[in-house]
Design a protein around this ligand. Sequence first.
Ligand code: NAD
Length: 415
Amino acid sequence: MEQNPYKNAMAQLKKAAEIKSFNLTEQKKGKELFVRLENPDREIRISIPVEMDSGDTHIFEGYRVEYNNLLGPYKGGIRYHQDTNIDEVKALAFWMTLKCAVAGIPMGGGKGGVTVDPKKLSKNELEKLSRGWMRMLSDVLGPKKDVPAPDVNTTPEIMDWMNDEYAKITGDKSGAVITGKSLGKGGSEGRGMATGLGGFYVFQALQKKLDLPDKCAIAIQGFGNVGLNAAKIFKEHGHTIIAISDSKGAVYDKNGLDLEKLEEEKKKNGFLSANMTNRELLELKCDVLVPAAFENQITKENADKMKAKVILELANGPVTPEADEILWRKIESMYEKGIWIIPDILANSGGVTVSYFEWEQNLRGEHWSEKEILRKLKEKMTEAAEKVFEKAMENKTNLRMGAFILALQRLGEKI
Ligand code: NAD
């Protein structure tokens, strides 16, 4: 089960449904919700023809999964990665459904992707692929139907191309069909750092409750939009980033890293000069470990070796259900044994929350200030974190299950 993120996601759902004090499957509506969440509303596979710079036409496999829209239009990013497949997209779309519910925003869950290594494409090919993805899905997407956004390897520029393609096909120039656009093209203030910042607000809301020190030592896996932004924000607030990594390896310094220097180095060389492996980074003794890269990083193979006090899941699905069990152990000893995991569907919901703000601004033809966006984001994240903690305590369970219970209750109200 461990490597299939969709099976892992379904195992989490089953576990939440079985929590005795919550009793999802014992209620009629609960049963209906459970079976609906076991299946996506719609899975779409597309073949995108792209004329390559060589003159040959190459077909890329693309996806859109519309998982559930009980709370509002499907919402979720588009991933470009050579290993992306339908099961990964389905898992991500399921988690989006719960994430929007946890964040308290009126949107459903969806996700998209293309199986491609974008680093191997020229800019021209990347633009053709992105416009092709939108062209083939323009009839199912729409501001009131399904609203994509960026994810791994997709950027504001890609969102702009897609938005432009949609406007050409449908005549809708509101920009509300896709979020994460650049600022000049209808994007929102604060979107770039939203996931990292949202994670920081969640951390702040739970810091004392989880018995973390005022100044934490932090290790981060991932040097992309989420990992790097989170690193900068934690550092600005006086915490020490002791390690950070990209796909090639990790850089470690127990006294704290110079992020600007690392950023310059990455720009120049294309990678970080690693002095540690990614695996070693995960096993570091630290206050907070932040997985911000991919799924299935902490599994039953390495869970026992974790020495962090808290894991803040900014990536989606980085901890498998088996590892969850190993890390959690018993609630009775909550402050002594076990490692608290602040789950993805809470910790990284800042991204979709600001995406939702962007969608609202586009629909109303407004542009909100950064100050206003950050105030609203902090309010939403703090409220979500406190509610998740409350649900976990009420049901004597961990924070992931607390978040599932909150989400399932909110979704259940719409059945
Ligand atoms: P990104 O493409 O900007 O960055 C991904 C980073 O991961 C890169 O630095 C890459 O070098 C690194 N990486 C790749 N393979 C690795 C490996 N094996 N070990 C360590 N690092 C590796 O992507 P992103 O937008 O930062 O997304 C990262 C994670 O956060 C994903 O799980 C994504 O689903 C999740 N997420 C993103 C957003 C968002 O707004 N972008 C929102 C919610 C969740």
